[in-house]
Design a binder for this molecule. Structure first.
Ligand code: C5P
Length: 219
């Protein structure tokens, strides 16, 4: 059994940036479960499938696995490396819808648990501390205000030269939170034994240090 660090929280709280740094610091592997939901969403979009019943049936046709190249997680969908297609808004929005489907969640649960059994992992997502790895040694609930998260996303897109609208981003974040927190299966929620970290007023390194501190105290 590996040592498991679970980091959950809403979209845009900085989970992946921070989880990656924590993993590097401890020589653990970083598992981005959002990318797996995004790969499933990509599969459904490519097949033109929506509607819950159809998703339940179709999701079994998506064979999703991961591998690492130069320390970076790559997502393989039915034999094809789809990593570079996963960050699009369209895919993220579909992922937020299709991830509410119980069959989709059951399909990805095994893959996530197996990775955590075989490796020391920092795994980020929405239900890692509550459902996937309830016995994780360290659980963090990483959040920030919706406004802060929208500002960060706006800066990120503007730096990449992409035209975007701050209020539209904020609305997207609020809608996504709403769907993630209110779905029936594995909603986004802080595990009882998770440490709450609000990064609204914190820099990246400060958050990383805080998590490493929690880890060293517990393990
Ligand atoms: O974290 P990321 O934005 O890549 O996740 C995409 C979507 O996948 C989220 O909006 C969320 O609905 C879903 N997700 C999930 N459970 C996870 C990880 C992501 O439901 N463990």
């Amino acid at each position: 059994m590996g040592i498991n660090i679970a980091i959950d929280g809403p979209a845009g709280a900085g989970k992946s940036t921070i989880a990656k740094k924590v993993a590097k610091e401890l020589s653990f592997i970083y598992v981005d479960t959002g990318a797996m939901y995004r790969a499933m969403a990509l599969y459904l979009l490519e097949k033109g499938i929506n509607g819950d019943e159809k998703i339940s049936e179709a999701c079994h046709g998506a064979d999703i696995s991961i591998r690492y190249e130069n320390g970076e997680q790559q997502v393989i969908l039915n034999g094809k490396n789809v990593t570079s297609f996963l960050r699009k808004e369209e895919v993220g929005n579909m992922a937020s819808v299709s991830s509410a489907n119980p069959e989709v969640r059951a399909h990805l649960l095994k893959l996530q648990r197996n990775l955590a059994v075989e490796n020391n992992v920092v795994m980020d997502g929405r239900d890692i501390g509550t459902t996937i790895l309830p016995n994780a040694e360290v659980k963090i609930f990483l959040t920030a205000s919706a406004r802060t998260r929208a500002n960060r996303r706006y800066l990120e897109l503007t730096e990449k030269g992409e035209a975007c609208d701050l209020e539209a981003i904020l609305k997207d974040i609020i809608d996504r939170d709403e769907r993630d927190m209110n779905r029936a299966v594995s909603p986004l929620k802080q595990a009882e034994d998770a440490v709450l970290v609000d990064s609204s007023e914190m820099g990246i390194d400060e958050v990383v240090d805080k998590i490493l501190f929690v880890y060293r105290e517990k393990v």
